[in-house]
Ligand binder design. Structure first.
Ligand SMILES: CC(C)(COP(=O)(O)OP(=O)(O)OC[C@H]1O[C@@H](n2cnc3c(N)ncnc32)[C@H](O)[C@@H]1OP(=O)(O)O)[C@@H](O)C(=O)NCCC(=O)NCCS
Length: 204
């Protein structure tokens, strides 16, 4: 039985704007802009090959990752958010979260996250999931889904820890998550009949 008191995210509120990491650092969450190419290039270059492989399900060239992020940012049925830090005196992109709706009126959207190494474990993905969820609710999306490699404990923890109703099922080497969003101003979500959510946001 779903218990609304366990929800750790505030699904009503602004999508973009300032927020604070667990350790007190102030950051800004905002949509990817056309002038982010160089900032995103630097961000991708700062992410380890292992992290990129967990995100894109295998080895991938940074240039393809960059093009995939920029293309995704122009998807009218999607949203790409970045987290910007000024900890070293200039704006620097430290995390990215994206969703792509399965179709213009589909109930589901695929979500994915990428956080630069030095910002992992500081709550970035959790904060970004909250902002993605706010935007998705505003667009009538019922659930976010994601495929997570089974050894990706951090991502599994973010989804399991968010407190929203979840469906999990095993694929061959990965977990398939569905996270049901509050609808109608915070009403308890009602899971749809189980279906397949096999799409992946990948860098082709
Ligand atoms: C997965 C990822 C997005 C998580 O981002 P993050 O900002 O570090 O996540 P958060 O700090 O919000 O939360 C991480 C949670 O996992 C836990 N965690 C972090 N690293 C962990 C690890 N190696 N093993 C187990 N748990 C871990 C944290 O304790 C935290 O749990 P808590 O909220 O109960 O304290 C980030 O590690 C990343 O970019 N990984 C590479 C790309 C990727 O895997 N993307 C996901 C594909 S959809």
């Amino acid at each position: 039985m779903f218990d609304p008191s366990t929800v750790r995210l505030t699904v009503t509120g602004p999508v973009e704007g300032p927020t604070t990491l667990r350790d007190g650092e102030n950051v800004v969450i905002r949509p990817v802009r056309d002038d982010d190419r160089e900032g995103l290039r630097e961000f991708v270059a700062g992410v380890s090959d292992g992290a990129l492989a967990r995100r894109y399900f295998g080895a991938v060239r940074p240039e393809r990752v960059l093009e995939s992020i920029l293309a995704g940012a122009h998807d009218p049925d999607g949203l790409s958010l970045v987290m910007e830090s000024r900890s070293d005196g200039r704006p620097r992109l430290v995390a990215l979260a994206e969703y792509r709706r399965d179709g213009p009126t589909s109930p589901g959207a695929e979500a994915a996250f990428l956080v630069t190494e030095s910002y992992q474990g500081r709550g970035c993905a959790t904060l970004l999931l909250e902002r993605l969820a706010r935007a998705a609710v505003g667009h009538g999306i019922v659930f976010l889904h994601a495929i997570v490699l089974s050894e990706n404990f951090a991502m599994v923890d973010v989804f399991r820890g968010c407190g929203l109703p979840l469906e999990e099922r095993w694929g061959t080497d990965a977990l398939h998550f569905r996270i049901y969003l509050p609808i109608g101003g915070g009403a308890v979500p009602r899971p749809l009949a189980a279906g397949t959510s096999s799409g992946r946001i990948v860098a082709r």
